[in-house]
Design a protein around this ligand. Structure first.
Ligand code: ME8
Length: 520
């Protein structure tokens, strides 16, 4: 058996390319990228997949409105999602599109296996259907407007009565198995609050679900029943196994399955923690280890909507603030798993306080002192004082601390712990006053500058998953070898070597200046 111990497979949800990418999409792919990079730097063999979910009625209808075919629409919009992920410096290994050929094959095989297991039957579906939600609602889930229009209570979308021949999946047969799964694998649904919601939902009873449609044709055909296309969620969820080459057992990515984590938004947690494991159990495929539902980002507390006019293009944010700045804001500002807000002021505050002042100034001040007073070389170190040892100890403890927080995907805690060391280093630098030592005790000055540079090295490695370009620059100006930038290198054994020549220091974290101030 191949060694799968060191493998780590992580995915985002796949986005609907029926409109341009928004900040919620950017948030999800950046967070997932930070986890993927973290694991790589921690020595794992990582496979990271993101992509677009291209079938379904919604896409077909948007295409019709725009006078194009569904394929033309997704071919135009899907690359915009890929571009956003690339512009945000996300290190995905595959950008999957559900219109990819191998995905058709994977979906049809998944279907055949569920059918062979006796879980698919032909029936008639009728009910209140919402095009916008691509789902049916029961009588108690809809309201009637004064003008007679019926709407879904949860989404507000209009619904219509639809009767169609449809294949059904016996979800009802999986209630006990799912409850056992949540019991035996408590982290399967994370965070905890989401798990509680799902457990009580499943306890209240599961009904079979309709998994094919005959009312439109933009989807993957059901095997041997070409009138039917698969319900878009069967198709969409299967993307995760397509990525591992399913059903080809000899595919080089085969061993990445089961996935370690599906990172998704809280609105689609039921699909991922009820439907998905039930489909997989039915088909005899191993289950993913974990589904993590993150919160939503709001614009000053308001939901994004085209009518309010507050839908923000992530590329504009990148333009205004910078890639690493935006990534840092996303990961530091909102406890991962909870909802959060963004605003210009909040982003600027993070950039200027945490990046420019705390980390940027420390690097700039210490490294320019080294350039001037130590001949541009890593300083010599004399005997360590308690203060030196305490700071170094805190820096070397970061990998272990971060790993512990990462077990719960607490990205904000990882950053808070790193920044606690940044603050400690700032206090150390201010208390040790190397600019005074320069005149009174040069040996001690060198030691203080050495310790500061060594702590900066550790901080740079630890921040690399979050702000990869800036962390890389900081490591460059510390002359750290490209092959010594892993978490395992955050240790005394790999400490900077006195006498190594440093390149000229450059500022890495510019302050954000309002455009009107910059003009004056
Ligand atoms: O749901 N803040 O696609 P999608 C944070 N195709 N995350 C947000 C958000 C916000 N304001 N708005 C949306 C779909 N998201 C399906 C998924 S997976 C097999 C199929 C998140 O384009 C949302 O929760 O509507 C989801 O995880 C992702 O963005 C894509 O949403």
């Amino acid at each position: 058996m191949a060694d799968s111990k060191n493998k780590f497979y992580i995915t985002t949800a796949i986005s609907y390319p029926n409109g341009a990418p928004h900040i919620g999409h950017a948030y999800e792919v950046v967070a997932t990228d930070a986890i993927a990079r973290f694991k790589r730097l921690d020595g794992f063999d990582v496979y990271f997949q993101t992509g677009t979910d291209e079938h379904g009625l919604k896409i077909q209808q948007t295409a019709m409105k725009r006078g194009m075919t569904p394929k033309e629409l997704v071919d135009e919009v899907s690359p915009q999602f890929k571009n956003v992920a690339e512009q945000l410096n996300c290190s995905f290994d595959r950008f999957i599109r559900t219109s990819d050929k191998d995905h058709y094959e994977a979906c049809q095989e998944l279907w055949r296996r569920m059918e062979a297991n006796g879980d698919i039957y032909l029936g008639k579906y009728e009910g209140w259907y919402s095009v916008r939600d691509e789902g049916y609602f029961s009588d108690d889930e809809i309201v009637t407007d004064p003008d007679g229009t019926k709407r879904s209570i949860t989404s507000g979308a209009p619904v219509e009565w639809v009767v169609e021949e449809s294949y059904f999946f016996k979800l009802s047969a999986y209630q006990d198995k799912l409850l056992r799964l949540y019991e035996e694998q408590p982290q399967f649904v994370s965070p905890e609050t989401r798990r509680n919601e799902i457990v009580s939902f499943v306890k209240s009873g599961l009904q079979d679900i309709s998994i094919s449609r005959t009312t439109f044709n933009w989807g993957i055909p059901v095997p041997d029943a070409p009138k039917h296309v698969m319900y878009v969620w069967v198709d969409a969820l299967a993307n995760y196994i397509t990525g591992c080459g399913f059903p080809d057992e000899s595919n080089p990515r085969r061993d990445f399955w089961p996935a370690d984590a599906h990172i998704i938004g809280k609105d689609i947690i039921r699909f991922h923690t009820i439907y998905w494991p039930a489909f997989l159990m039915s088909a005899g495929i191993e289950l993913p280890k974990r589904v993590f539902g993150h919160g939503f980002l709001f614009n000053r507390g308001e939901k994004m909507s085209k009518s309010v006019g507050n839908v923000i293009d992530p590329l504009e944010l990148v333009q205004s603030y910078g890639v690493d700045q935006l990534r840092y804001f996303f990961m530091r500002e909102v406890p991962f798993g909870q909802d959060g807000n963004y605003s210009h002021e909040a982003i600027v505050n993070r950039i200027n306080a945490d990046l420019a002042n705390d980390l940027g100034n420390l690097a700039q001040r210490s490294l320019s002192m080294i350039a001037k007073n130590c001949d541009g070389k890593i300083p010599e170190k004399g005997a360590y004082t308690d203060a030196d040892l305490a700071l170094l100890k805190a820096a070397y403890a970061l990998p272990e601390k971060s790993r512990a927080s990462m077990k719960d995907f607490a990205l904000h805690t990882v950053l808070a712990d790193i920044w606690a060391v940044v603050s400690e280093a700032n206090r150390y630098f201010a208390t040790q006053e190397p600019w005074i030592l320069r005149k009174t005790d040069e040996v001690r000055m060198q030691t203080v500058l050495y310790v500061t540079a060594e702590v900066l090295r550790c901080i740079a490695i630890m921040t690399a998953p979050f702000i990869p370009t800036s962390a890389g620059k900081l490591l460059d100006i510390l002359a750290v070898d490209q092959n010594s930038r892993m978490f395992a290198d955050v240790s005394e054994n790999k400490a900077l070597k006195s006498g190594d020549v440093l390149p000229a220091p450059q500022p890495i974290f510019p302050r954000y200046v309002e455009p009107e101030e910059a003009e004056n």
